[in-house]
Design a protein around this ligand. Sequence first.
Ligand SMILES: Nc1ncnc2c1ncn2[C@@H]1O[C@H](COP(=O)(O)OP(=O)(O)OP(=O)(O)O)[C@@H](O)[C@H]1O
Ligand SMILES: [Mg+2]
Length: 230
Amino acid sequence: MIKRPVLNNAQGRGASVVDNGNLIMVTSSLPGEGKSFTTINLAISMAMELDYTVLLVDADVSKPSVLEILGLPPSKGLMDVLVGREPELSNVLMRTSIEKLSVLPAGMPHQNATELLASDSMNQLLEEMASRYPDRVIIFDSPPLLVTTEARTLATHMGQIIIVVEANRTAQSAVNQALTMIESCPVKMMLLNKSTDTNSASYGYGYGYGYGYGHEKGESVEGSERAQAA
Ligand SMILES: Nc1ncnc2c1ncn2[C@@H]1O[C@H](COP(=O)(O)OP(=O)(O)OP(=O)(O)O)[C@@H](O)[C@H]1O
Ligand SMILES: [Mg+2]
């Protein structure tokens, strides 16, 4: 459900054409809401599609986690390209066991990470990424919006942003504050994560939708309730 609208926007098949729609950032208000979990799962799921090649960028440069979660060894990456230690982007891209998924690691931590992400070199790099491979979806794992300025800087380049919200923990005021920081992005989507509420309306809807009211193998939740009431 999350992947489809994102891919449609990335390929210009959404309701309107989105500039740089193939640059997608996953962020959140606060730490630990599930950004990396969401980014990695989305990237893998997109790479399984027939028509898409995916580049997963670990842009959480002060607290990178993508390589470790994927079981890949530490490696040079984004920061090394931005400071000129590594002249070629293609030298630091890593392949994964999924054919159409490659990873750009965060690289060496740098004290001027925010400035580097806001630099002309970063602009050029993003421009190169977005235009050189228009059929490629580039998905960025990023830091939380309310804790550092890096995510805000990165957000200005993105065509689409997914804001992960941890259910029953993150306050509405924090989410609203985070939203004001990414106003310029044309497409913003919210993802409620870690919800344990199995009685929510969406669960009932999903179940009922999947099996249908009065399906031959049994009725939906709503169906049986109605039958009992009758
Ligand atoms: N939907 C989920 N179901 C189960 N576990 C989850 C889910 N989303 C996140 N987690 C777990 O929650 C923890 C935090 O997730 P994750 O590292 O993705 O958050 P993050 O927002 O990237 O954190 P940080 O701000 O530190 O980078 C991890 O242990 C992760 O496995
Ligand atoms: Mg993370």
